[in-house]
Design a protein around this ligand. Structure first.
Ligand code: 5AD
Ligand code: SF4
Length: 490
């Protein structure tokens, strides 16, 4: 069965990017009757969750549609990380509400991170939707749809300490057939003071390593050649079996018995298990946390050629006082030391980051510390944001959001300008070198050119010749644009 879906990614500085999906494969033998339209916003974890949702509903006989006007059920998988992400979803729900004027039987539901906070508002006050479903309640979707069909408003926003959807096989949406994401943890225990995620996604829990390795093996056997292991903080992955993978309420690792310790799997060990599946399966991971990223992880990356030399290590700010107010658990000095360790153990490592401008009380001097840290690291890539106060967070309760909007904007622009310069420098460093590239498909501009990425995650474009998607090639880059290397296969 061929069907299509539509995904919107707003993670890149708030710009909406449409990704069309193709060739969804249903795993169900049930008669297919109802049509599902599924739209996703926010981080990669949300996109990954949508693949779980599609899997659950396709097993119940749903097919997907790209046209929301012909859908029986419309779901929006939402993001709450910044205010802008929330307002986008609200506008979209108003579009969907109009569908119900034409087809009163159509059901609209909100999934994901906005569910908990806005449940009453969406369901009861504004009557914008029929269903509200939190990120740990997707197994309940078939029941909730039935309830909504019977005219009841259906809601389940209960957060779980155990749910990892480990046994479900995600239906790959928007896939290029070469690269895929695998969730390894859910939730977050870190409580960064600006961040709403611990409230919307609940406590951190790790997924059974066996189910992760099996998912990666299946992907490889189906032609995929790259997996990205996903978690809010992959470095804190810990599986000790029997549900003991959780943290205690104070964010420390539970005390394991000697036997449990012997059988436990940490992130470096998990990465090795996935890397050992096949030397032709590339392994990436996101997101690392500076306070938890240890040398064991770096040495494991150095040990296996197929673990890509690329780390996304959000710094947020270059000033230790701001970092303390952000409750990040590290200082500027600690972060700089981690950078030195990366450069020493993996000399050729691509490094990207997240930066927030205008956090509560940030002075001009403190902002300059962020710029000076950027100068030291010279990131390959960065996601850059203005601080946006989120309800319930520690920062909202404890600090004043007192940096004026124009100042936040001005500082963000300085950060963006500097990053643009650094990205161009990093790309230029790749010119005159040979890159091992995994081919992902045609280049955006021409069907005569193919595109893929090198280990550092830089896009590389080259003439098609006889090469095809899923192949590895060595490309000699002889020129570049600010973000893309261009060359020929050698
Ligand atoms: N305001 C601005 N940016 C935020 N992020 C998380 N919460 C906020 C917020 N309240 C950014 C951080 C994080 C990334 C996923 O989003 O940089 O690393
Ligand atoms: Fe949010 Fe911090 Fe957890 Fe990342 S590590 S999800 S920024 S609380």
């Amino acid at each position: 069965m061929n069907s299509e879906n539509k995904i919107i990614d707003e993670s890149k500085q708030g710009e909406a990017i449409m990704v069309e999906t193709e060739n969804l494969v249903s795993t169900s033998s049930t008669v297919k009757t109802k049509k599902l339209f599924l739209e996703s916003y926010g981080c990669q974890m949300n996109f990954s969750d949508s693949e779980i949702v599609a899997s659950i509903l396709m097993n119940k006989g749903f097919t997907t549609t790209q046209n929301f006007e012909e859908a029986d059920v419309i779901f929006v998988n939402t993001c709450a990380i910044r205010e802008g992400a929330e307002s986008k979803v609200r506008n979209r729900l108003n579009d969907f509400k109009r569908v119900k004027l034409k087809n009163p039987k159509a059901l609209v539901g909100v999934l994901g991170c906005m569910a908990e906070r806005l449940k009453t508002q969406f369901l009861e006050q504004e009557k914008l939707v029929d269903m509200v479903v939190g990120p740990d309640a997707y197994r309940d979707l078939p029941n909730l749809i039935e309830q909504a069909e019977d005219g009841h408003r259906a809601i389940n926003v209960i957060l779980s300490k155990e749910e990892t959807y480990a046994d479900l096989t995600p239906v790959r949406l928007g896939t290029n057939g070469v690269t895929a994401f695998i969730s390894i943890t859910r939730g977050c225990d870190n409580m960064c003071s600006f961040c709403v995620v611990p409230f919307t996604r609940g406590r951190e829990r790790s997924r059974d390593p066996e189910s992760i390795v099996n998912e990666a093996k299946d992907l490889f056997n189906n032609g995929y050649r790259e997996v990205t292991l996903l978690g809010q903080n992959v470095d804190s992955y810990l599986w000790a079996g029997g549900g003991l993978s959780r943290r205690d309420p104070f964010g420390k690792k539970e005390t394991l018995t000697e036997e449990q310790k012997a059988n436990s799997v940490n992130f470096a060990q998990l990465m090795e298990k996935v890397a050992m599946i096949n030397a032709d399966l590339r392994v990436r991971f996101s997101t690392s946390h500076p306070k938890d990223m240890n040398d064991e992880v770096l040495y494991m990356m150095a040990k296996h050629n197929n673990i890509c030399n690329n780390i996304h290590l959000p710094v947020q700010s270059g000033n230790s006082k701001v970092l303390e107010m952000m409750n990040r658990g590290y200082t500027r000095e600690w972060y700089e030391e981690r950078m030195k360790a990366i450069r020493k153990i993996i000399p050729n490592c691509g490094i990207s980051t997240d930066i927030i401008s205008g956090f509560c009380g940030e002075t001009d001097e403190e902002h300059k510390d962020t710029l000076s840290l950027m100068e030291i690291v010279k990131y390959d890539y960065a996601y850059m944001f203005m601080y946006s106060e989120r309800p319930k967070t520690l920062a909202e309760r404890k600090y004043k959001d007192d940096v004026p909007e124009e100042i936040k904007k001005k500082r963000l622009q300085e950060i963006v300008d500097l990053q643009r310069k650094h990205s161009a420098i990093r790309t230029t460093e790749g010119v005159g070198k040979i890159h091992r590239v995994l081919i992902e498909g045609f280049s955006k501009k021409s069907d005569e050119m193919l595109m893929g990425r090198n280990e550092q995650n830089t896009v590389v474009v080259f003439p098609k010749q006889n090469h095809k998607k899923g192949d590895y090639v060595n490309v000699y880059a002889d020129r570049c644009t600010p973000s893309t290397l261009i060359g020929e296969v050698v």
